[in-house]
Design a protein around this ligand. Structure first.
Ligand SMILES: [Zn+2]
Length: 190
């Protein structure tokens, strides 16, 4: 089972819905089954007009791993959207055997995104439970004594989150849409 806080969950929905009908995604970090870091990336595959599938560059992977290490988080896996499809990994998704976990956002109906997470067991997708919790409830689920909870790290995480949010707003600007249209309320980053 994986636990995700609402703020991270909505960041993922916001990024994937705003980029619809293009694929988009990023990387997930966490500790002991709790997703504690979301790292959205640009979709380099988008440059290849013929194949609009989500792709990660080696630089993205490197930067994300550094970001997670800095925050004392383990690399959990990746997430990406299936703009026309169901939230189930494709054969191509599962061919990346180094991806231990895959989160897929199914946008068949972009007004009602469906999120699912799988373990990649040697090319077979094994569904995992994903539990959504409210931000303030993280204290009950966070690994005891984990240093990521220190206030300095939390502040750094906040700053990074602002930068990332700015990046998303920037590269989505050409087709910015009213988030309310999608029936989700996104809290404005204070
Ligand atoms: Zn896919």
């Amino acid at each position: 089972m994986f636990i995700i806080i609402r703020r991270h969950y909505e960041l993922i929905l916001r990024q994937t819905v705003m980029n619809y009908p293009e694929e988009s995604g990023g990387l997930l970090g966490g500790r002991h089954g709790v997703i504690l870091g979301v790292y959205p990336v640009f979709n380099w595959a988008e440059k290849n007009v013929k194949f609009r599938e989500f792709g990660l560059s080696k630089e993205d992977l490197q930067k994300a791993r550094e970001f997670f290490t800095l925050h004392d988080l383990d690399y959990v896996g990746t997430y990406h959207s299936h703009p026309k499809g169901v939230p189930y990994p494709s054969a191509q998704d599962l061919s990346h055997k180094q991806e231990k976990h895959l989160m897929i956002v199914g946008l068949q109906d972009p007004h009602n995104p469906v999120v699912a997470i799988y373990e990649n067991k040697g090319g077979h997708a094994v569904p995992e439970r994903l539990k959504l919790i409210e931000d303030q409830d993280i204290a009950y689920y966070a690994p005891a004594g984990s240093s990521w909870r220190s206030s300095e790290q939390q502040r750094h995480m906040e700053r990074m989150s602002h930068l990332i949010q700015g990046m998303i707003n920037g590269f989505s600007a050409y087709k910015k849409q009213d988030a309310k249209r999608f029936g989700s309320s996104f809290s404005v980053e204070a």
